[in-house]
Design a protein around this ligand. Structure first.
Ligand code: ASP
Length: 585
């Protein structure tokens, strides 16, 4: 028998009991005639005691144990004289009378403690050891709990968990596919799903009514910090629903998760803000609503006064930083440097201080006098003591830069509180996006998203203005999920493919199966997918999804532990009918 108890459960009520524990040697200390070992397993740590006087042989054996040895110890539970209130088992210790070494361990390449000396690369190479560390282990347990709550809630709402295949054909989520060569059908390839989009729609056509899956998706996108080529979605689809039905259903899921995981009550109904409004008021379609500081446009107020920067700009707008009128020259220079960073890209910053005595002071005093400045302050609802920060340029870039400035000021002012959660839906996305480079429209969401009915008649004549029945859930500035009401009519689907520049033949060869399915009684349907990794990190108050994935890839898309991607043998290549063209040829 390896154990009667685990290492996290014994307490004073077990005093005097004979127990057997198994686990890893976390730490050992020799104090004169006594040796103490913290024995660790998934559930916690328990102190083992070996006494030189009463059992010198055993104590000598204990002294030989290295960190991370796997041992089995038998002994009696005793009350500790020196209690440790920080440990759940801190009131007791085990006086050991039998010790078995189950496995030795090499010295680990980094210390297996809450705080480790191991760098990122090293920890990833030995991820199985990193996972022994308490905070990393807790992250994985936290992920498990959320997955269970998702299942519990969706099951209670009659969603069925149905698996969909992984070896499929291209799905249109806008990224590149990972492909898998077929040995049996040489020269042919499977694609890994960018999402189960087409399958979940087919399941609605099959009549399953409500589907979900916690599922791996694969997208071969350019690498960016904290992006994983394979990631997990909570993927859902519902039949006979309109947009509001979907939003209400998933507000329910969000409320359930916040309540069960964080004991946090989200508001009864999440605000629903149109894409256009989000862009003009927050400069982004992922606004952080934990604070106000909306963007105000000033173009009408400031143009035509001889200030060249404003006169030649398409758009001028700003935000009000409350209580910041006393910012020093140095603070303001710092902000100007911030907005000029290449990733933000503004050319400069205009400021207007609304001093506490009611006077104004601006960086454009030469061009604008008291009354003008008062008008700006009114337009922006600034109060004495506030600082107005204004940017100018082309509309969308300037709004995007203002969005960054808004977040930066909120961070400086401590307005992005970690314990506060502000969800909202962004709705009325444009259906299509024009791409200058390829000179064609792309689906902003994906090609199965339905246009708003009232915009259908301009789909051919003014495609850029068509709005979609699409929505995103955003919490604290993070896009948590997105979806749409789908097209369920074969004719509209054909028109959509045409708007996207597909010929009838291309559409048939790629999505013929779906168009066929639409001709056998497709119910109206819609759905959503949530980035599960994001949910998990959001709940833990972290921005790094990698910390919540048991075996993540690094920022270069590599798994350095198993060394993947890697080359395959000549024989495998031959079997697959593949030939590698070496770099530089
Ligand atoms: N398939 C979509 C995505 O992965 C989500 C959806 O439309 O349900 O973003």
């Amino acid at each position: 028998m390896y154990r009667t108890h685990n290492c996290g459960e014994l307490n004073l009520s077990n005093r005097g009991e004979k127990v057997i524990l198994s686990g890893w040697v976390h730490k050992s200390r020799d104090l004169g005639g006594m040796t103490f070992i913290d024995l660790r397993d998934r559930y916690g740590k328990t102190q083992l005691v070996f006494n030189m006087e009463s059992d010198p042989g055993l104590c000598a054996a204990a002294r030989k144990l290295g960190r991370e040895y796997v041992i089995c110890a038998e002994g009696t539970v005793e009350e500790r004289s020196n209690k440790n209130p920080k440990m759940t088992t801190g009131d007791i210790e085990i006086i050991v009378n039998k010790l078995t070494v189950l496995n030795a361990s090499k010295i680990p390449p980094f210390t297996i403690e809450e705080e480790t000396d191991g760098g990122d690369e090293l920890r990833m190479k030995y991820r199985y050891l990193d996972l022994r560390r308490e905070p990393v282990k807790q992250n994985i347990i936290h992920r498990h709990r959320i997955a269970q709550e998702v299942r519990k809630y969706l099951d209670s709402q009659r969603f069925l968990e149905i698996e969909t295949p992984v070896l499929i054909k291209s799905t249109p989520e806008g990224a590149r596919d990972f492909v898998v060569p077929s040995r049996v059908h040489k020269g042919s390839f499977y694609a890994l799903p960018q999402s189960p989009q087409t399958f979940k729609q087919l399941l609605m056509i099959s009549g399953f009514d409500r589907y979900f899956q916690i599922v791996k998706c694969f997208r071969d996108e350019d690498l960016r910090a904290d992006r994983q080529p394979e990631f997990t979605q909570i993927d859902c689809e519902m039949s006979f629903v309109e947009q509001d039905d979907v939003l209400n259903a998933f507000e329910g899921l969000a409320r359930h998760l916040f309540k069960t995981i964080k004991d946090y009550d989200l508001e009864d109904s999440f605000p629903r803000i149109s894409y256009d409004r989000a862009i003009s008021e927050y400069g982004t379609d992922k606004p952080d609503l934990r604070f106000g500081m909306k963007i105000n446009e000033l173009s009408d107020e400031v143009k035509g006064r001889g200030f060249n920067v404003f006169d030649k700009s398409e758009y001028i707008g700003g935000i009000v930083a409350p209580g910041c009128s006393e910012y020093s020259r140095k603070d303001l220079d710092g902000l100007a440097d911030f907005v000029r960073r290449p990733q933000i890209g503004a050319s400069g910053l205009v400021y207007l201080k609304f001093n506490r005595d009611g006077s104004f002071r601006s960086s454009v005093d030469k061009f604008f006098k008291g009354d003008d400045l008062k008008q700006w302050a009114e337009k922006m609802s600034a109060e004495p003591g506030d600082l107005m920060l204004i940017l100018a340029g082309d509309r969308l870039h300037t709004l995007a830069a203002l969005s960054e400035l808004r977040l930066e000021m909120a961070t400086r002012l401590g307005l992005r509180k970690t314990g506060k959660f502000k969800p909202l839906w962004i709705v009325d996305f444009p259906l299509l996006e024009w791409d200058e480079e390829t000179q064609r429209y792309y689906a902003m969401h994906h090609p199965f998203t339905s246009p708003r009915e009232e915009d259908l008649d301009i789909l051919e004549t003014d495609p850029g203005r068509v709005r979609a029945n699409a929505y995103d859930l955003v919490i604290n500035g993070v896009e948590i999920g997105g979806g749409s009401i789908r097209i369920h009519d074969a004719d509209i689907q054909k028109r959509m493919f045409r708007a996207l520049g597909f010929t009838g033949e291309q559409a048939r060869s790629q999505f013929g199966f779906l168009m066929d399915a639409f001709s056998y009684g497709a119910p109206p349907h819609g759905g959503i997918a949530f980035g599960f990794d994001r949910w998990v990190s959001l709940f833990a108050g972290s921005e790094t999804i990698r910390d919540f994935i048991a075996f993540p890839k690094n920022n270069a898309g590599r798994d350095v532990m198993i060394d993947s991607p890697s080359e395959i043998s000549e024989e495998q290549l031959k079997e697959l009918g593949l030939q590698i063209i070496k770099k530089g040829i």
